[in-house]
Write a new protein. Sequence first.
Length: 141
Amino acid sequence: MLGYLLIALSVISWGLWGFTGKLATRHNNALVITAITSILSPLASIVLYILIKTKGIEINITGRSFLLIGLTALMGIFGSIFFYMALQKTQLSVVIALTALYPVITVLLAIIFLKEPFPFYKWIGLFIIIIGAILVTWEHQ
């Protein structure tokens, strides 16, 4: 039950993130928005570090894990820049619907590289997600 509550809170947060991001692009360039959010991130990191320490969570950073964390951060930064640039040029509903397809890439990578099982019914679900994004962004004339 807690897992689903956390998912709902995540979805609400990301929904608000997209909306407030669109509002921010009315006042600033995508690079400025990304820079400012990157500056604010260390503040959250301090709070998270305190939580990690108070909960006794072990920090185990190896060279490989540091590289993967760095790549994760880099992809997040690039994704944010491209996201805000898209918001400056395109309707919010289109940007959100199409960028919400990122799990398709994640799933495909998980199947190919992590050898995660993916039964036929999940392929149908993935296909429906793609069709849904196409329908949401369809411009009827």
